[in-house]
Design a protein around this ligand. Structure first.
Ligand SMILES: C[S@@+](CC[C@H](N)C(=O)[O-])C[C@H]1O[C@@H](n2cnc3c(N)ncnc32)[C@H](O)[C@@H]1O
Length: 203
């Protein structure tokens, strides 16, 4: 577990929560719910943070939600906001879950904190945990955010220096397609003044 990043997110939890409204992703999730096309199911949220607003959107629609985060402070907030969300305190990298268990897996603003060398294994696990027919939505960093085609290093966010890592979009797509994912959407979106790649996948 990256102790430095856990401590940074523990310090950041309240500030992040108070400012989460700056990043409105209701349009992204309107699209994702349309692609999911099912009334309810079980979603795994990797890097769920304080459980707002995204797990709440699923719970309100009747979904079961399991949220994973390595920040104790984020999970404390999540327990308050989303008492019905199952919470797992773990590093995404170390997570061991059963095969073909989830109808959807999401990872919003979290995977770019994991070293890029570990991304193929993380996406391989996501593929394994997803049911056939299931869908994935995740955010990925790129040169629009870090200034480099491929990057590992620290960037300041809300007065904390956080570790970010990403490969190139071309290589990311190769990793995903080699695993067996269908790439449904691969779009750059500016949300709250930050541009990230938003990727939707099917199995
Ligand atoms: C920017 S916040 C996003 C939270 C939430 N997804 C949202 O959209 O509000 C990133 C979250 O991912 C968590 N996180 C980052 N890397 C992680 C890892 N390797 N394992 C578990 N959680 C991680 C952080 O603790 C933090 O709560």
């Amino acid at each position: 577990m990256s102790k430095e990043l856990v401590e940074a997110y523990n310090r950041l939890a309240l500030t992040y929560d108070q400012n989460r409204g700056l990043f409105d992703m209701s349009a992204v999730f309107d699209d994702f719910f349309h692609i999911l096309g099912q009334k309810s199911g079980h979603v795994l949220d990797l890097g769920c943070g304080a459980g707002e607003p995204i797990p709440g959107m699923f719970i309100d629609r009747g979904w079961e939600v399991t949220g994973v985060d390595f920040s104790e402070k984020m999970l404390e907030l999540a327990a308050r906001y989303q008492p019905r969300m199952k919470r797992l305190h773990s590093d995404i990298v170390d997570l061991e879950l059963g095969s073909a268990h989830y109808d959807a897996i999401i990872a919003v603003y979290s995977l770019f904190h994991i070293e890029k060398e570990k991304h193929p294994a993380v996406f391989g696990n996501i593929y394994k945990w997803l049911k056939p027919g299931g869908k994935v939505l995740f955010t990925y960093a790129g040169k629009e955010y870090t200034g480099a085609d491929s990057f590992s290093g620290h960037i300041e966010f809300m007065s904390e220096r956080l570790f970010y890592s990403h490969t190139t979009p071309v290589h990311l797509r190769e990793i995903l397609e080699d695993i067996g994912f269908e790439v449904i959407a691969f779009d750059y979106r500016d949300i709250g003044g930050e541009t990230f790649l938003w990727v939707t996948l099917g199995k």
